[in-house]
Design a protein around this ligand. Structure first.
Ligand code: MN
Length: 256
């Protein structure tokens, strides 16, 4: 039996489970709100074409309206100015969309401080415990933030000073961007902290990961159902030609 046949059999018998890490996509799905002087992304909307009626008696279908960066989505390297000569979302090699998943868990720290940012020391401590970050892996930031995913106000957690959501320090972003990971996945609306506009550089995750031709993945759910190491993740954005990103389905294979 080949490895792939064995995997298929394990999916059929349930000893390998498929966990959906994707947030449901609907008109209430939270989206990023930038300061008002900037352009804004669209919320997701369905426009009904027909529903077993005069417009189409036996079929139901819709047009969809969405931003590229609406709901669970991929940030392609070209999304950021530092990656402007790098891959658009259609150019990301399929081989770089599938890989082992590793989890760094800061749920407790984020519960105590929503502005918590992953430090270089946190990453080094993870490596001391779990070994070097494996190449070609998706590094996923478990924060517990997805519990707010159905409440746009709580999800944004903004006050007069802007949003308060977890992220990554510039030092940790630099270290991870120089590693061989495929990209960085988060539970929040964007890969950077809510307060990252005033970091040096601003939005360090975007700045460094996109510049290194790596991807970001946002608004993940069910990271609490994944082991720290050992899962395999499939990230599936639409191949939008010249697209800066795409809503995506993210699935994890987990050994029961
Ligand atoms: Mn994005």
């Amino acid at each position: 039996m080949t490895d792939l046949n064995s995997l298929a059999a394990s999916i059929v018998d349930g000893s390998v489970q498929v966990i959906d890490l994707t947030s449901p996509l609907h008109s209430g799905t939270p989206v990023l709100a930038l300061p008002p002087e900037f352009g804004q992304t669209a919320v997701f909307e369905l426009e009904e074409i027909s529903r077993y009626d005069d417009r189409g008696p036996a079929w139901y279908w819709n047009n969809v309206h969405t931003g590229e960066h609406t709901g669970t989505h991929v940030d392609a390297p070209i999304h950021w100015v530092t990656g402007q000569d790098k891959d658009d979302v259609s150019q990301i090699p399929a081989q770089r969309l599938v890989g082992p998943a590793i989890i760094i868990d800061k749920t407790a720290e984020v519960a105590a401080n929503p502005d918590y940012c992953l430090t270089l020391e946190d990453v080094k401590a993870w490596e001391a415990e779990n070994g070097p970050i494996p190449p070609h892996s998706w590094f996923l930031f478990r924060t517990g933030w997805s519990k707010y995913g159905d409440d746009p106000v709580a999800f944004a957690n903004a006050d007069e000073n802007g949003p308060h959501t977890p992220g990554v320090t510039p030092e940790a972003a630099k270290y991870l961007s120089e590693s061989e990971i495929l990209g960085w996945g988060v539970e929040t609306v964007g890969t950077d902290a809510g307060g990252a506009m005033v970091f040096d550089p601003p939005f360090p995750c975007h700045n460094m990961f996109m510049g290194a031709n790596k991807c970001g993945v946002t608004q993940l759910r069910n990271l609490d159902k994944l082991p720290i190491t050992g899962a395999v993740v499939v990230v599936a954005p639409l191949p939008i030609v010249k697209g800066s990103g795409s809503p995506c389905r993210v699935l994890a294979l987990v050994q029961k």
